[in-house]
Design a protein. Structure first.
Length: 215
């Protein structure tokens, strides 16, 4: 097997295994169905436990602000080529165990499972699985950018613009409760649902108040 053979074989993710993230901090990014990676590993190396296997090295929780907590998982992935097992291909995954939502703190009892799945995706990234999603500039001169990839770039730019506005809004109004009430009163929805134009309206109002307070 050539050095780049596996990379080239699995660098492209089929459209049916891709899903656009519709909300939250990663809105506009592309999520890859984890079963696609399992299928690729099985197709290339054989059944799990016979041609490839994982070992959980460590699982732990990290507390965050406001009662939030994240779950993490370190794994080692081994694949078998011929009669030889590979050295450990490491991966670290994470997921929220306790997340702060609009109705309070939410505990996800599947957090470690999600962190484990995420760790597999990180390990598979080292083999080139889904490379075009992670690095769309790494394409051969024969590869054509799909409409979905072009749209994703536009979504990512819009997401960055939203992020900059949200950061400025939170700087001007660090009181989240007050901010949530203002958004609900003016637009009937929470700040995460606001369009860029609506965020600009909030920014304009906050800027006026900020200037007034400086006088």
């Amino acid at each position: 097997m050539g050095n780049m053979a596996l990379y080239e074989k699995y660098r492209t993710v089929p459209p049916e295994a891709q899903k656009k993230i519709g909300g939250g901090r990663l809105k506009g990014m592309t999520d890859i169905n984890p079963m696609w990676r399992i299928k690729c590993l099985t197709e290339e190396f054989g059944m799990c436990g016979i041609g490839w296997k994982t070992s959980i090295v460590r699982q732990w929780l990290e507390p965050g602000e406001g009662g939030q907590c994240a779950a993490f998982c370190n794994i080692e992935l081994h694949v078998k080529v011929g009669d030889v097992w590979s050295e450990a291909i490491t991966g670290t995954g994470g997921a929220m165990y306790i997340a702060k939502e609009s109705n309070g703190l939410y505990v996800d009892d599947e957090a470690f499972k999600k962190a484990y799945t995420d760790a597999i995706s990180v390990a598979c990234k080292a083999l080139g699985f889904g490379a075009d999603v992670y690095w769309d500039k790494d394409a051969t001169k024969y590869a054509q950018r799909t409409e979905a990839q072009c749209a994703a770039n536009g979504d990512n730019e819009a997401s960055a613009e939203r992020g900059r506005r949200l950061m400025e809004i939170k700087r001007l109004c660090p009181d989240e409760t007050k901010l949530s009430k203002a958004c609900a009163r003016k637009f009937g929805k929470n700040i995460a649902q606001l369009s860029i134009d609506e965020l600009d309206e909030i920014l304009a109002l906050l800027a006026v108040k900020d200037n007034a307070s400086d006088r």
